[in-house]
Write a new protein. Structure first.
Lengths: 283, 247, 439
């Protein structure tokens, strides 16, 4: 019948592109909806109290850093030199999910890899603890991670003892380092590696992006400060500015926010130790 | 035309279906594997029947417990895990059962109201006793909605009746106990119970009762009248309870 | 084809954040990892000290594991030879895989003439020239309790050294309410749940214990005088001491961190409001004046210039913050049923219990939440069901103790402040309302 034939003809014309379009749309929807279900523990929600304000990764990260706990790694932290996924995480300038206010929060969670030590530790304490999935306060879709290449990195644990007065860390797109020296031979770092580690850890925890999101990169900023006998940082001064006042101020504020690093080691004779602290900021 | 519309409808429907399915799946929360179960927590229920008797009458206290090794009832002593007992108290009593087991400890309560027969005069001249009896007969408790401490419109009649009684017996002093159901937080419920008791107090004073007759106390959720987790029990507990005398 | 490339890119962008490492967690180098700590069993000269040694080792390991800043190397990875003194230690064996330790704690323990003598060292495994970080000696009478005590002290030393100056919590106590004697009384225990013992014996209902910052007194609400009133128990004297009765329903006392003031809720005016008085109950000052229940105040321990509390002035209880003179009232939660605020020692966070969707007929799951006071961002810490309430911060700001019904009965649990390592502390009876001591 002519009517059927006409319709049939129409169907044929539209069918392939319609199918492809449906498939793509469906795949998109499925990915957006299923992925959080697959990857997340469920229920881990980042939110604000609805009074506006960005539900942003930057703010969320800020929340956790106030707790004096090291971040709880689900998997072994990757050595930057041996990072297989470095290429992937670096090269794609993905469209920021941040700009989309309706993006569904994708809680960041790697549930696949759990260090064996963690399992052993929970049973050693004598009671069989329910295996709790640690609820990490993690920022969400924001901040596509870019591991910046950094010079001066002396990866801790990969190789021998911490050599020299240097120590370093990396945080997202930011790299930083500390150099310990005093009016002397600069052996502080090699003698008291555990103390320099603690200082670097604290600085790392305190460092937060107070920098405005508009800043994408800045020259290295050098900051000098002293650690007194009791462990309080003092005399925080900018040795070399990054050129962006906001960044300089946030670096200074990072140090000022720290109450104490812990008293200087007893075996150290000086009354203070001076530290040079540098940041490479890259968002 | 019609077929095109159908296609679009089908498309929309299928997308909607995918969304729904995706949504449903997303809601599943994998639960954390449970720990080795501790010894089960004992459970207990206690009830009394009938709940109100005349003085001199008897009522049957019935209880049942699970996973308990030692069961005691205040005023009776150690009892079997399941059983019943005849009781014949002379005044209203709240029976309190404690069940202890390897998994812990639980308690249950049941209240038996004793109404002295109005005709029988009390023995030694104790006008308080007849007042007590009258009190129990005439003064009704007030009940509240969840998380509310304002009097419900239907309670006004109760307030008026109670106020009439208190005005007629100006020598009677009494206590308003504020209670809350078991949900919610301990501290907040104490404050809420206080608000409930004070709401009744204010209403009574407004109706002409002397403030000196009234004492207010809040028990929050610490002294429930029943312990089941049902709406009817919760409603039972959300109340102002009038008690003769001021301790 | 183009379409597929675009789709792939978009999909990849969505998947990317999940694949990439969280930016807090990254950091090679010493940025953010936990310190890999190995704790060797302390060597004993003879079997006489075996029982104490077992207690000591178990407590030491648990304290360090609970601290939340160490990645404890499992004992099954340790080199076999027992070590008791620096001369026994071969750093290369400890620093290499499988132990791969960054720090090593070891020592020896002996009982001589009824005295328990312990020597402990902390070595930096990566620093062969100058490995010694700590060397300590302890001597107490030889009891099991003292073995625990020395282990706690040594653990605290290690945590203080390596944790950047924050004191450890191994010697802190938790005060709580237990009804296992048939009445709700105030009890106390070590932070790890050991040594549970009653503090009060009043035979009435006691609620909401709060220990003073100098550990000398416990304030709590008690029915022993009729209605709820604040009672003050002296831990030094072992009995109640005088504290005024304010009238009305008075409860939820809260100490300021300098121990000079107490905030509480009282309905002496006919409506529960927040009051402040000094440590002896004098100089009463009223802070709130709004109809509706106001209860559970808590001070900002860093500044003592703010108080957070629970108010039902708009209906369901919500959390508010005001300055400690009663001005500048701000609402902090937007919905649901929020109670029991606890302010973190660094002044930055409020932990509280929240039922986000509260309604009649639905008891709802009450969970512990954390909120950054400045930014009002919050995160949910407990998820596993049951009713979780009454969070209380540890003095190091890394742990939270709370009550939970997740195991079937109301018990006290503790966890790290990021929600991990949830540990049950009490097991018998019904236990609630924990309060972590200040030091």
């Amino acid at each position: 019948m002519p009517l059927d034939a006409e319709i049939y003809g129409r169907r044929e014309a539209i069918a392939p592109s319609l199918a492809v379009s449906t498939a793509l749309h469906a795949a998109l929807v499925v990915c957006v909806l299923f992925l959080p279900g697959v990857l997340s523990h469920g229920g881990e929600n980042w939110g604000n109290n609805g009074s506006g304000g960005e539900s942003g990764g930057a703010m969320s990260a800020h929340l956790v850093s106030g707790i004096p706990l090291p971040p709880n790694p689900q998997a072994k932290p990757e050595n930057v030199l041996a990072n297989e996924s470095k290429g992937l995480s670096q090269s794609i300038p993905a469209p920021r999910a941040k700009e989309d206010d309706h993006a569904i929060a994708i809680p960041d969670r790697q549930t696949k890899v759990k260090p064996a030590k963690e399992k052993a530790a929970t049973t050693i304490s004598g009671r069989e603890l329910p295996k709790q999935k640690p609820s990490i306060a993690t920022p969400t879709h924001e901040q596509p991670h870019e591991m910046a290449k950094v010079d001066n990195t002396v990866p801790f644990g990969a190789g021998g003892p911490v050599a020299g007065p240097y120590t370093s860390f990396q945080s997202g797109g930011t790299a930083g380092g500390l150099k310990f020296g005093e009016g002397g031979n600069g052996t502080f770092g090699s003698r008291f590696g555990w103390y320099t580690d603690a200082v670097a850890r604290k600085v790392h925890q305190a460092w937060q992006s107070e920098v405005s999101p508009g800043i994408t990169s800045a020259k290295r900023v050098y900051i000098l400060f002293d650690i007194s006998r009791s462990g309080t940082p003092s005399n925080v001064r900018i040795e070399q500015s990054s050129g962006i006042p906001a960044l300089d101020i946030s670096a200074v504020r990072t140090l000022q926010r720290i109450d104490t690093f812990g008293p200087l080691p007893r075996e150290y004779n000086g009354s203070y130790v001076s530290v040079e602290f540098w940041f490479d900021y890259r968002r | 035309m019609k077929h095109r519309k159908m296609k679009w409808t089908l498309l929309v429907l299928s997308l909607a279906a995918i969304v729904v399915i995706g949504g449903c799946k997303k809601k599943q929360v994998p639960s954390a594997p449970p720990a080795a179960p501790p010894p089960p927590q004992p459970r207990a229920t206690l009830s009394v029947s009938p709940e109100s008797i005349d003085r001199g009458g008897t009522a049957t206290l019935t209880w049942s417990t699970q996973d308990a090794t030692s069961v005691t009832i205040d005023g009776i002593g150690s009892v079997q895990p399941n059983g019943s007992q005849q009781v014949s108290p002379s005044t209203s009593t709240t029976y309190h059962l404690t069940a202890q087991g390897p998994g812990g400890y639980v308690d249950a309560t049941a209240r038996l109201t004793v109404v002295p027969p109005p005709a029988t005069p009390p023995q030694a001249a104790a006008p308080e006793e007849s007042e007590d009896a009258l009190f129990a007969q005439s003064v009704k408790d007030i009940y509240f909605d969840y998380d509310r401490y304002d009097l419900r419109p239907g309670d006004q009649a109760t307030i008026d009746a109670d106020a009439a009684f208190f005005k007629a017996h100006p020598s009677i002093r009494f206590t308003i106990e504020g209670h809350c159901d078991e949900r919610g937080s301990t501290d907040y419920n104490l404050a809420l119970g206080d608000n409930r008791a004070n709401a009744a107090r204010d209403a009574l004073i407004k109706a002409g009762v002397a403030a000196s007759q009234i004492k207010v106390i809040s028990y929050g959720k610490e002294k429930p009248f029943c312990s089941e987790s049902t709406e009817s029990c919760w409603q039972q507990n959300r109340r102002d309870h009038f008690v003769y005398g001021q301790k | 084809m183009k379409r597929f490339v675009v789709l792939a890119a978009v999909l990849f962008a969505l998947v990317l954040p999940a694949l990439s490492q969280d930016w807090i967690r990254t950091g090679t180098g010493v940025g953010g990892e936990k310190i890999r700590l190995a704790v060797a069993d302390f060597k004993i000269p003879s079997a006489e000290a075996d029982a104490l040694d077992k207690t000591f080792n178990a407590v030491l390991f648990n304290d360090l594991h609970q601290a939340g800043i160490f990645d404890m190397v499992s004992k099954s990875f340790y080199p076999l030879a027992a070590i008791g003194a620096p001369a026994d230690v071969r750093l290369d064996a400890w620093g290499a895989p499988p132990p791969n330790a960054a720090m090593l704690a070891f020592g020896n323990l002996a009982v001589r003439a009824g005295t328990l003598q312990v020597q402990g060292w902390l070595f930096d495994v990566k620093n062969a020239q100058n490995p010694q970080v700590l060397a300590k000696q302890y001597r107490e009478s030889a009891t099991d309790e003292n073995a625990r005590l020395i282990a706690h002290r040594f653990a605290d030393e290690i945590i203080f050294r390596l944790g950047g100056g924050l004191s450890g919590i191994a010697e802190t106590k938790i005060y709580f309410i237990s009804s296992r004697t048939g009445h709700k009384e105030v009890w106390a225990m070590d932070y790890d749940g050991a040594g549970q013992h009653p503090v009060t014996r009043l035979g009435s209902i006691s609620l909401g214990p709060r220990v003073s910052p100098d550990n000398s007194r416990v304030a709590f609400a008690s029915f022993f005088k009729g209605g709820p009133n604040i009672a003050m128990w002296s831990l030094e004297l072992g009995r109640l001491v005088q504290f005024p009765s304010f009238g009305g329903t008075t409860l939820s006392p809260a100490w300021s961190s300098d121990g000079t003031r107490i905030a509480f809720s009282s309905s002496r005016s006919g409506d529960p409001e927040i009051y402040v008085c000094d440590q002896n109950g004098n100089n009463l000052k009223r802070l709130t004046a709004y109809h509706g229940p106001d209860v559970s105040p808590v001070w900002n321990p860093k500044t003592n210039a703010q108080i957070a509390w629970v108010s039902g002035r708009t209906g369901l209880p919500q959390i508010y913050i005001m300055d400690s003179d009663g001005t500048n009232v701000q609402r902090v939660t937007d919905q649901g049923y929020a109670v029991s605020p606890s302010w973190s020692p660094n002044g930055q966070f409020l932990a509280f219990a929240w039922v986000r969707h509260y309604g009649p007929g639905a008891p709802g799951a009450s969970d512990i939440y954390l909120m950054d006071v400045a930014s009002r961002q919050w995160v949910q810490l407990t998820h596993d069901g049951g009713r979780n309430d009454f969070p209380s911060w540890s003095p190091d700001g890394r742990h939270i103790v709370y009550q939970s019904t997740r195991g079937g009965s109301e018990q006290i649990w503790s966890m790290l402040a990021d929600g991990s390592q949830q540990t049950q502390l009490t097991f018998t009876g019904s236990n609630s309302q924990p309060n972590w001591s200040w030091k």
